[in-house]
Design a protein around this ligand. Structure first.
Ligand code: F6R
Length: 242
């Protein structure tokens, strides 16, 4: 595992965008596993800037997102599909037909999840998976529990996740209580993993994830078993790690 300390948000975003760019340059038809939330916004902004300068070409890239709220349509502003369009896809030359997000409108969870696992398999797996870190240690929407879930599944969101994510909604009641998410096995099968985290509220979880016992109670702790993880975090998030 390689850990980079970022000076500030901008530095964090540049460092993580650098790793994603390197992936795209080394393998123009790569499969990127992408995340939503606050953490990757600056990274996507930086990638857009480099694309506009002519330094990056997304035309052969495939993207497979981690998760989507169950019940939200792509044009719902809180859906992760909408987020991805707004924060990245609408601004680069990616072929949208090659951008995948779980189908939040599919009410049959088994169908939605089986289809998504098939998409991941059909594309030969993920070359580089970008991850944010949930305050409770979740990755994707793999919430703390008693077992690691393997593949794409439907989750009941933890109360703490609903609480953390309500900032994106008009009210807490509007936050969906379920989501479709890639499983831990899908994530661990990615060839490379890039975990980004910033802010003091992530410090304790980051320490547990990187150095604590490997346990489904802290889903991100499984990353200790992956052979190619890069962590980019700011000083506050790393403040409890020497
Ligand atoms: C988002 C996702 C989540 C977030 C995590 C951190 O697609 O899968 O695991 O990465 O909740 O969110 P932020 O970055 O908003 O702190």
């Amino acid at each position: 595992m390689v850990i980079y300390k970022a000076k500030n948000d901008q530095d964090l975003s540049r460092k993580s965008a650098n790793i994603i760019s390197a992936q795209i340059i080394m393998k123009p038809d790569c499969v990127l596993g992408l995340a939503t939330g606050s953490s990757p916004v600056g990274t996507y902004r930086q990638l857009i800037e480099w694309y506009k300068k002519g330094d990056l070409d997304f035309s052969r890239v495939t993207t497979i997102n981690l998760d989507e709220y169950k019940g939200l349509s792509p044009d719902n502003e809180q859906s992760y599909r909408y987020f991805m369009n707004k924060n990245l896809f609408d601004h680069v030359n990616i072929d949208k037909a090659r951008t995948f997000v779980p189908d939040g409108l599919e009410p049959d969870s088994d169908k939605a999840c089986a289809r998504y696992n098939e998409i991941i398999r059909a594309h030969g797996g993920i070359d580089l998976q970008l991850l944010g870190l949930g305050r409770n240690g979740h990755i994707g929407f793999n919430e703390p529990g008693s077992a690691f879930e393997k593949e794409t599944h439907c989750v009941d969101l933890a109360e703490s996740t609903v609480e953390a994510n309500k900032r994106f909604f008009a009210s807490e009641e509007e936050v969906p209580r379920q989501a479709y998410t890639m499983g831990i096995k899908n994530i661990m099968q990615a060839k490379k993993i890039l975990l980004i985290a910033s802010g003091e509220e992530k410090a304790e979880t980051l320490k547990k994830a990187l150095y604590g016992p490997i346990t489904p109670a802290v889903p991100a702790s499984i990353l200790q078993l992956h052979g190619d993880v890069t962590v980019i975090a700011d000083e506050s998030a790393l403040s409890l790690i020497d």
